[in-house]
Design a protein around this ligand. Structure first.
Ligand code: NAD
Length: 475
């Protein structure tokens, strides 16, 4: 179903099917939104904007708080929907629903902290005031890999700021989006404030969001490739944009770090969501003197991982989201092997009987990885850990920064000087020092270089939905 102006409606184009990537089972049918549906949703959001932005911050906060409470109450249902539709193990789905709810709570609070300013003016008879106002109707486009939290990370700050929103979820995960938007409907969010357009034609719906003059801001999470085309188009109307794009995270282990501890960290963060995370380590640089011990521990942990349907007990590796994802991983691993890499564990598709209807790839550790391999340059988005030995600090900084991406990075060291040096020199928006989970609703998340523009979460996240207006008064 589409959600437009407070009503669940069908699409003139009919429906599309959603299947479970672990089993191939049909999960449901969803209305296939069109350009006309998007236009209607934008109109509804424009009409709703006046009243929504005129509510007090306390009133908007109250709505968000109620959605937060409902999301926590429905955690199990939402997590099950996510595991079935996206494939991640149920425990990871529960964690994601909690993370998604955290944004609702955080921005229910931040709604009340949108402050203006009084500035010193150059003339005695002059007064300067700064006012922050909502940008207007927001067009949001989200990915499938975190199919609930990526929605609330946009909807919550937008609504808190006083904006209204039209959201297009990824075509692989519209059921998660529908279940999330139901919560807003249930708490009685005014008609038109939140609108949802699932579709199999992202460029048609996206194009309407980008070209409709009523949309004042585009917020996108997805690949750098798509992000660039959207940013270019948004530029013709100078629409405000926020871009959360791809990553190619380095994971650097210095010789003073404990290689066993670091390998445990690497195994947890690398294989999270089967490697389908923008902050997933893509290049694991380990000092030559400890690389053997590190690799042995990582391999040992990978050997204990169990792939399967995320609803089953003990499963830690879910399927990849679709056939293309599987082919991409396979292509990168084959290329690496042809150029001399060794798959010490994994390196193959998993197609035993209970897995053959899903898109499973074995968790993989590659050694002898060199700079001429595709995997060294491209985002993988799969369960492959490429290990590259290094000899000294400046060399590894240069290698880590030698990419157009700049989202997350990780460093293991016990030396404070090295820690600070790396924090300052790595050209990444997020640096985890002995920390594999440097994310939270309260923290600014986002990338440098081609990994994005703007930040989500934290006190920065709401600024993306606010205009700064200067008032100069002569008295
Ligand atoms: P994608 O770019 O293919 O799709 C993302 C969204 O864009 C989907 O909703 C898709 O339907 C839509 N889209 C695709 N083509 C479009 C077009 N022409 N016009 C309008 N919309 C269009 O990316 P994906 O494969 O769904 O997601 C994986 C990517 O997302 C990875 O690169 C990952 O790193 C990135 N990602 C980034 C973050 C972050 O916060 N930086 C978070 C999650 C995922």
């Amino acid at each position: 179903m589409l959600y437009i102006n407070g009503e669940w409606t069908d699409s003139s184009k009919g429906t599309f099917q959603i299947t479970n990537p672990a089993t191939g089972e049909l999960l449901g049918e969803v209305a296939d939104g069109t350009r006309e549906d998007t236009e209607k949703a934008i109109e509804a959001a424009s009409e709703a904007f006046q009243a929504w932005s005129s509510l007090t911050a306390f009133q908007r906060s109250d709505y968000l708080y109620r959605v937060y409470e409902l999301m926590i109450e429905r955690k199990e249902h939402l997590a099950e929907t996510m595991t079935k539709e996206q494939g991640k193990p149920i425990r990871a789905s529960r964690n994601e629903v909690q993370y998604a709810a955290d944004f609702l709570l955080w921005y229910a609070e931040e709604a009340k902290r949108v402050y203006g300013e009084v500035l010193p003016a150059p003339r005695g008879d002059q007064r300067f005031f700064v006012l922050r106002q909502p940008v207007g109707v927001v067009g949001a486009i989200t990915p499938w890999n975190y199919p609930i939290s990526m929605l609330t990370r946009k909807i919550a700050p937008a609504l808190a700021a006083g904006c209204t929103i039209v959201l297009k979820p990824a075509e692989q995960t519209p059921l998660c989006a529908i279940e999330t938007i139901k919560l807003f409907a249930e708490v009685g969010i005014p008609n038109g404030v939140v609108n949802l357009i699932p579709t199999t034609d992202p460029s048609e719906v996206g194009d309407e969001l980008l070209t409709n003059q009523a949309v004042k801001k585009i917020t996108f999470t997805g690949s750098t490739e798509v992000g660039k085309t959207l940013a270019e188009k948004a530029g013709s109307q100078v629409k405000r944009i926020s871009m959360e794009l791809g990553g190619h995270a380095p994971f650097i282990v210095f010789p003073d770090a404990d290689p066993v501890h670091a390998a445990k960290g690497a195994s947890l963060v690398k294989f999270l969501n089967t490697g389908q995370a923008c902050i997933s380590p893509n290049r694991i640089f380990v000092h030559k003197s400890i690389v053997d011990e590190f690799t042995a521990t990582l391999v040992e942990r990978v050997n204990r991982m169990k792939a399967g349907n995320g609803l089953e007990e003990g499963v830690s590796i879910g399927p990849l989201v679709d056939k293309q994802a599987l082919e991409k991983v396979n292509r990168q691993v084959t290329d690496a092997k042809e150029k001399g890499a060794e798959a010490v564990v994994g390196g193959v598709r998993l197609d035993q009987e209970h897995l053959q209807n899903g898109y499973f790839y074995a968790p993989t550790v590659l050694t002898n990885v060199t700079t001429d391999m595709q995997i060294y340059r491209e985002e993988t988005f799969g369960p492959v850990a490429p290990i590259i030995p290094f000899e000294n600090t400046e060399e590894v900084i240069a290698m880590a920064n030698d990419t157009n991406y700049g989202l997350a990075s990780y460093v293991y060291t016990n030396d404070m000087k090295t820690a600070f040096h790396m924090f300052e020199k790595l050209q990444f928006g997020i640096v985890g020092i002995n920390d594999i989970n440097p994310t939270a609703a309260a923290a600014p998340f986002g990338g440098m270089k081609e990994s994005g523009l703007g930040r989500e979460g934290g006190k920065e996240g709401i600024l993306e939905y606010l205009e700064t207006k200067l008032g100069g008064f002569s008295i």
